[in-house]
Design a protein around this ligand. Structure first.
Ligand code: GDD
Ligand code: MN
Length: 365
């Protein structure tokens, strides 16, 4: 290595085995003569990505790997990688060769030359950049998303969703406790969480088409984006996680109401057993939805984990369910309230309990 460590390149990877050696070759070629390291953050990819990295790392101390077990998530992977370097500058770059690594040297030069500059962003939409072979549909969606997040950010960023940038490491370290770690718009997260407006510069690049492996983001892109926007707008008032739990709870309430309504009005079943059945149905529905949305990053998988999780969710929520049934029954039977108002009141009380307990016990690892 030549001189003290200048910068780290953090590369989140999931099932990118084939791309690893190519990427390291590219880095070596373009960063010749500089002092750098690359930190791959792998979420225990089944294709053996971490082994492929270790194969290279044995002969090259500039190559490092963080292998996370039992967790998934692009944003947290980036954050943990960025916190794992001693270098004063840190870049985030995709591991699938879609980002142009030849920009890294220019990014570091810009930051080293101007101490007032906080970060340099690779932009597909700045003059000279492009999204390569994207179809019209994706270009249109991306343009809309860009416009929306610009109005939230109030920064003249041409590519707020860029996953390619270099920043002063200390800025990220200071911000980490404030970041939600949800979603994959890590740059948007950093920019919105910063207490002062960050000074940035943009460098154009052409977003290459992926050749090996496949994209992990396609079907969650819209959801992640909405989460990021929400977080930027209201995240400090009502945390994203709770907002999602509440939204899922709202859907669960609709399911609950439908089941109670159906059983109570269309069958001879009395109100209390109808409410009990509706509670179990809604609880199961909420468990699966929360598992795949609210707690995506700590998602329980496989029959064993799912059953254990469902049981613990039910046990945890039984406190809320008892309150739910008790309050609903009291209002309905004793106070002669309508079935709808009684059922709703029960749900509201239960929701608070459910969030507090389940985030701790069902997904709290
Ligand atoms: N560790 C880890 N965990 N890595 C992940 C995960 C995860 O859960 N999901 C994806 N990755 C890695 C991929 O292996 C790849 O190296 C990189 O993150 C980007 O993932 P892709 O699945 O290739 O994303 P994309 O090409 O659709 O999205 C790109 O464009 C977006 C804007 O349109 C990325 O650059 C995004 O960051 C960017 O916001
Ligand atoms: Mn990609």
């Amino acid at each position: 290595m030549t001189g003290p460590l200048e910068f780290a390149v953090v590369v989140p990877v999931f099932n990118e085995r084939e791309n690893i050696p190519i990427l390291v070759d590219h880095l070596e070629a373009t960063l010749h003569g500089r002092s750098w390291e690359v930190i791959f953050v792998d979420d225990d990819s089944p294709d053996g990505t971490a082994d492929a990295i270790r194969d290279l790392a044995r002969d090259d101390p500039r190559v490092r790997v963080i292998q996370r077990i039992g967790r998934r998530g692009l944003a947290t992977a980036c954050l943990e990688g960025m916190c794992a370097t001693a270098a004063p500058l840190v870049a985030v770059m995709d591991g699938d060769l879609q980002h142009d690594e030849t920009l890294l040297g220019d990014m570091a030069d810009a930051l080293e030359a101007d101490p007032g500059l906080d970060l340099v962003i690779g932009s597909r939409f700045a003059e000279g950049g492009s999204t390569g072979a994207w179809d019209r549909d994706r270009v249109a969606k991306s343009a809309l998303a860009t416009k929306l997040s610009r109005s939230v950010l109030k920064a003249e960023l041409s590519d707020p969703m860029s996953g390619f940038f270099m920043i002063r490491t200390q800025i990220v370290r200071d911000l980490v406790p404030k970041l939600s770690g949800i979603g994959f718009k890590i740059l948007l997260d950093i920019m919105t969480a910063s207490p002062r407006r960050l000074r940035f510069r943009e460098l154009p690049y052409i977003f290459e088409t992926r050749v090996r492996g496949e994209s992990k983001l396609d079907h969650v892109v819209a959801l992640e984006f909405l989460i990021a926007l929400y977080d930027g707008l209201f995240g400090r008032i009502v945390p994203v996680r709770f907002a999602m739990f509440a939204a899922v709870g709202g859907l669960g309430a609709a399911v609950h109401m439908a089941v109670v309504g159906l059983l109570y009005t269309a069958t001879p079943m009395p109100f209390v057993p109808a409410t009990i059945i509706a509670t179990v149905v809604a609880m199961t529905f909420n468990f699966f939805l929360n598992n795949s949305l609210t707690y995506r990053d700590r998602r329980l998988r496989g029959a064993r984990e799912l059953i254990d999780g469902w049981v613990s969710f039910c046990v945890v929520c039984s406190v809320g369910a008892v309150a739910n049934v008790g309050i609903a029954a009291f209002l309905h039977d004793v106070e002669q309230g309508s079935w709808a108002v009684s059922a709703l009141a029960g749900i509201l009380v239960a929701a608070v309990w459910n969030f507090a307990l389940s985030s701790r016990f069902t997904w709290g690892r």
